[in-house]
Design a protein around this ligand. Structure first.
Ligand SMILES: Nc1ncnc2c1ncn2[C@@H]1O[C@H](COP(=O)(O)OP(=O)(O)OP(=O)(O)O)[C@@H](O)[C@H]1O
Length: 265
């Protein structure tokens, strides 16, 4: 479904500020893989997500989605393949537009023919059905401006919008990190539901070790622009957070893991 081959990305190449963000990344995701991604600060996780979404074009290597070489395609050109939810609940939605207007934009996105952004009764019914799945009562608030929703409600809506057109790949960029634990749990439950419902192939960056172990069928660990560990379902199921920390330490050449942003449970 997703094939990344020999990808490199360097920022400010040839200057004193040169930063190698990704080096020789090779990654192959099968359809319906749900991969969690952890790693030290500056390891290259966001850069990898941006390379997949088209926000960044690699210096070397190729990106293929469902057999289509998208390496040189910009974000808009590959939007139909990708759904993405960011950490910031403000990022995925337009606050001054109503829930139904936001959904109309998401609905039109990635369609072959350009669709009207207007909302008719048929679309409204579809939106209500989809909103019911979120279990937030949003189906009765179609005309509410999104800016009035709570962070958790906005993230739930972002998730729905990102997956409305059944993308090939869902990118989750620490999408629960800005929420309180209760809302974070709710969004994770919704994530599982939506991923299952649409049979999505998913890549989720998280700083929560427990989440990284319990969600999905595969875990990647990144360090200094490389994938240093790729843990399959069977092994992942048997691991504790302590095992994961130890594996991380070994992969980093014995350097202990001491990053403030990580939640160990
Ligand atoms: N636009 C940019 N210009 C210059 N350097 C960049 C840019 N974007 C990222 N970098 C650098 O590339 C490296 C990888 O950054 P990236 O944001 O991908 O890491 P990350 O794993 O997502 O980190 P974090 O967990 O801290 O968010 C870092 O050293 C970062 O400073």
């Amino acid at each position: 479904m997703l094939k990344i081959s020999q990808v490199d990305k360097v920022f400010n190449a040839g200057t004193v500020n040169e930063k190698i963000a990704l080096q020789n990344i090779n990654l192959h995701l099968a359809p319906r893989d749900f991969v969690t991604v952890i790693g030290s600060n500056g390891a290259g996780k966001s850069t990898l997500m941006n390379i997949i979404s088209g926000g960044l074009i690699p210096d070397q290597g190729t990106v293929t989605i469902d057999g289509v070489d998208v390496t040189k395609l910009g974000e808009h050109q590959r939007a139909k393949y990708i759904g993405r939810v960011f950490q910031d609940p403000m990022a995925g939605t337009a606050p001054n537009m109503t829930i139904e207007e936001n959904l109309a934009i998401a609905y039109a996105r990635g369609q072959r023919r350009s669709l009207s952004l207007g909302v008719n009764n048929r679309k409204r019914k579809l939106f209500q059905e989809q909103l019911e799945i979120l279990d937030q009562g949003l189906e009765n608030r179609l005309k509410t401006k999104v800016g009035f929703l709570s962070g958790g409600q906005r993230q739930a809506l972002s998730l729905l919008m990102a997956t409305f057109t059944k993308p090939k790949i869902l990118l989750l960029d620490e999408h629960t990190a800005a929420l309180d634990p209760k809302r974070a749990r709710l969004i994770l439950e919704l994530t599982k539901k939506v991923v299952d419902q649409h049979h999505l192939t998913t890549l989720m960056v998280t700083h929560n070790m427990e989440q990284a172990l319990t969600l999905g069928n595969r875990l990647l660990m990144m360090h200094e622009g490389r994938i240093v560990l790729d843990i399959a379902q069977e092994q992942k199921q048997r691991m504790t957070v302590k095992d994961l920390l130890q594996a991380f330490e070994e992969a980093r050449g014995g350097e202990a893991f001491a990053e403030d942003r990580y939640f160990l449970a």
